[in-house]
Ligand binder design. Structure first.
Ligand SMILES: C[S@@+](CC[C@H](N)C(=O)[O-])C[C@H]1O[C@@H](n2cnc3c(N)ncnc32)[C@H](O)[C@@H]1O
Length: 414
């Protein structure tokens, strides 16, 4: 019986009601269950192949569009639907920001039970050629040139890259022209499926890193300096850095405005900046001339080296401390008993619960929360809200066109 039901449901005709978090279309099956449909747009009627069937919901992919939305466009990339990225390419670039805004408003309502204000805005990036960071898999050499691939969608397999239209021209040129004899110089054997992190510094130079890179080549190959808002930020291709350098200055501007507002209002102070999940000290470096004391906290040990370099020219601050530790551990050991200025920029998983409760218990009355996942941001906001914090400012940054991802900045105060 179960088997028959599954076969019956393998392909069915569905009407897509709306787009939801993650870029899937939402439809209803005949039995009332919700079905998340990869590749469907609101208002469309599609033939959908079901890929997952659970008690409460199902998942599927569009195999044929029967009634097409006016917002549907031909995906530009030959790897659309095959590699793990850019799942929103079938939606007109001009319609992607309105989609991100609607989903973000719904997330906030559903998870935090509050409304984002009417003036919530999302800053837009160039729709193509923006991505300055990529992880690729080395697939061997043909005719003296390296071949690379991306990880496939929902599997560990690899699909060969022909041309990736969201990458910067610097990264595309690197992928076309790279020679194994240069990249892997000094390596005795190239392991199968070796992954490379690539980083375009925005000025035409591509840094790269792979596990096992000879230490003697590290400085030359994987370290780069990014010019950002009149500062040089040193980083390494193996650690985190933002992947849309064109829109990043707008986020820096918003963070600076939020910091200045906090200090001017007296809710935060210029005595102490605490930059948690600081990476190579990016935000602290952008703000260093405003503070007397700066602490950066980051778990990845290599970031410490570069945070020190990036904060070393601090003329304004009397004291700079770069800590290599989990943020939750640092918060547990250090009493924040001043109205310090706090910035948090955690990974997709959001704030570890211990970090969140330590912030709530501290004397921090205002914080700037930068997030790459609106769902965990809304979840964490709900906890801050229960502890008396209110949302003072919310802005979005469409760092990743053609994907359903959105960068956010919230300012919270109590
Ligand atoms: C989204 S990145 C932000 C980095 C930095 N703010 C920037 O803009 O370049 C998050 C960073 O948090 C670090 N991280 C993850 N979990 C952490 C933890 N529990 N404590 C401290 N750092 C953590 C990651 O290594 C990563 O560098």
């Amino acid at each position: 019986m179960l088997v028959n039901r599954y076969i019956f449901l393998m392909v069915c005709e569905l009407s897509i009601e709306k787009l939801v978090q993650g870029g899937e279309g939402l439809a209803r099956l005949n039995d009332g269950r919700v079905c998340f449909v990869w590749g469907g747009l609101p208002g469309e009627r599609c033939r959908v192949e079901l890929t997952t069937s659970k008690k409460d919901f199902a998942r599927g992919r569009v195999v044929e569009v029967l009634e097409k939305s006016a917002d549907r466009v031909q995906p530009r990339c030959p790897l659309y639907g095959k590699c793990g990225g850019c799942s929103l390419q079938h939606l007109d670039s001009a319609k992607q920001v309105p989609y991100l805004e609607r989903v973000e408003r719904e997330n906030f309502q559903r998870i935090a039970h509050q409304e984002l204000s009417a003036d919530f805005k999302i800053y837009q990036a160039e729709p193509w050629g923006y991505r300055n960071r990529a992880r690729v898999v080395y697939l061997g050499e043909r005719d003296g040139r390296c071949r690379f691939g991306f990880r496939k969608q929902e599997s560990n397999g690899v699909v060969a890259i022909e041309n990736c239209p969201v990458l910067t021209s610097g990264l595309s040129d690197f992928l076309k022209n790279a020679k194994a004899s240069e990249i892997f110089k000094g390596l005795k054997r190239i392991p199968k499926d070796l992954e490379l992190n690539l980083f375009d510094d925005g000025a035409g130079r591509v840094a790269y890193y792979y596990r096992g890179m000879p230490e003697s080549r590290r400085q030359e190959c994987s370290v780069s300096t990014v010019k950002m808002c009149d500062k040089g930020i040193v980083s390494d291709a193996s650690v985190f850095f933002q992947s849309n350098l064109s829109l990043l200055p707008r986020l820096v501007e918003s963070v600076r405005e939020a910091v200045d507002e906090g200090i001017a209002s007296g809710a935060a102070s210029d005595e102490w900046l605490i930059d948690l999940f600081s990476g190579v000290g990016f935000f602290a470096a952008m703000l260093q001339d405003r503070f007397k004391r700066i602490t950066t906290v980051e778990r990845e040990p290599l970031c410490l080296k570069y945070a020190k370099v990036n904060l070393s020219g601090n003329k304004g601050a009397a004291e700079t401390e770069n800590v290599s530790a989990p943020a939750e551990e640092w918060l547990a050991k250090n009493v924040v008993d001043k109205p310090a200025t706090l910035i948090v920029d955690p990974p997709r998983t959001g704030l570890p619960p211990e970090a969140l409760s330590a912030i709530v218990k501290s004397s921090v009355n205002r914080l700037i929360y930068v997030s790459c996942d609106p769902v965990t941001l809304a979840r964490d906001f709900a906890k801050f809200s229960a502890a008396g914090f209110a949302l003072k400012r919310a802005e979005g940054f469409a760092f990743y066109p053609q994907t359903p991802h959105l960068e956010m900045m919230f300012v919270l105060a109590r």
